[in-house]
Design a protein around this ligand. Structure first.
Ligand SMILES: C[S@@+](CC[C@H](N)C(=O)[O-])C[C@H]1O[C@@H](n2cnc3c(N)ncnc32)[C@H](O)[C@@H]1O
Length: 255
């Protein structure tokens, strides 16, 4: 379902929130670090540069992403595993657990938070970032196209994203005994190229939709969406303006 080339097309825009998340992680010398939903592993390698003494594991359910991650050079302390975050278990409790732009693919975040906390060592840090732009025109237009009679029944099983509010994440993690730092940022991206917002969505949001529709219907879906997105996000000489909100949570166990 995942296509590493399409995903990395907007690499700089997608990378920045990770660094902003990481800048709030206060961990001196962790031994075991995991990057859940690591994709092509570029950011997993950054974790190993920040903590060169740590064993760092990147986990992703996409074989294509993990193969791409393994192809790229990395230090001997980094390894990549194919695994589903729904049931992945670390070999040892983790000192730092990072997840950038991945947890929104998993359902039921109340249960998920409990499962993530259970993987942590005492004093460990859990840090994640999830998109929160589900009310943006881009997502409303995807929903509008999903509801067209031609696509609706095939797309009914494709879930919408289960991201919680900052207050809810704070409450869930505080109740589990962690101290929480949570915030939200809206980025104004100026995306280069033609049909830039469509290209962005093709790297992420539309992956499960197109996988469910198959080739021919998938192409028809994209052609329904293209003019809607062009109208909502007109291209300008300096790029297509695309507002994108993300939620960030950094929580420390026993803090
Ligand atoms: C938007 S990409 C983010 C990749 C990377 N963290 C980054 O920031 O560049 C989301 C990743 O989550 C992975 N993913 C989605 N659902 C997953 C699951 N249930 N278990 C493991 N990985 C999952 C996808 O395969 C994809 O590589």
């Amino acid at each position: 379902m995942w296509d590493p080339t399409q995903y990395t097309r907007f690499r700089d825009e997608r990378k920045r929130p990770f660094f902003e998340l990481l800048s709030r992680v206060d961990a001196e010398s962790p031994s075991h670090v995991a990057d859940l939903g690591c994709g092509t592993g570029d950011l997993t390698r950054v974790l190993s540069e920040r903590w060169p003494q740590a064993q760092v594991v990147g986990v992703d359910s996409s074989v294509e992403m993990v193969e791409e991650a393994r192809r790229r050079p990395a230090s001997a302390t980094v390894r990549f595993e194919v695994g589903d975050l729904a049931d992945w278990r670390p070999e040892r409790p983790l000192d730092v657990l990072v997840s950038n732009a991945a947890l929104h693919w998993l359902p039921d975040h109340a249960t998920l938070m409990g499962r993530l906390v259970a993987k942590l060592a005492p004093s460990a840090v859990l840090a994640f970032q999830v998109p929160a732009n589900f009310e943006a025109p881009s997502h409303r237009l995807v929903d509008e196209a999903r509801a067209l009679p031609r696509f609706a029944s095939k797309l009914a099983p494709v879930r919408r994203r289960p991201v919680e509010t900052l207050e809810r994440y704070e409450a869930l993690l505080s109740d589990a005994g962690l101290s929480v730092d949570a915030w939200e940022t809206t980025y104004l991206h100026l995306l280069p190229g033609e049909d830039a917002v469509l290209q962005w969505l093709l790297g992420t949001t539309l992956r499960p939709v197109l996988a469910a529709l198959g080739d021919e219907e998938g192409r028809a879906f994209v052609e329904e969406l293209r003019p809607r997105l062009r109208q909502a996000y007109p291209a300008q000489a300096r790029g297509t303006a695309f507002l994108f909100t993300r939620r960030f949570v950094v929580a420390r166990r026993g803090g």
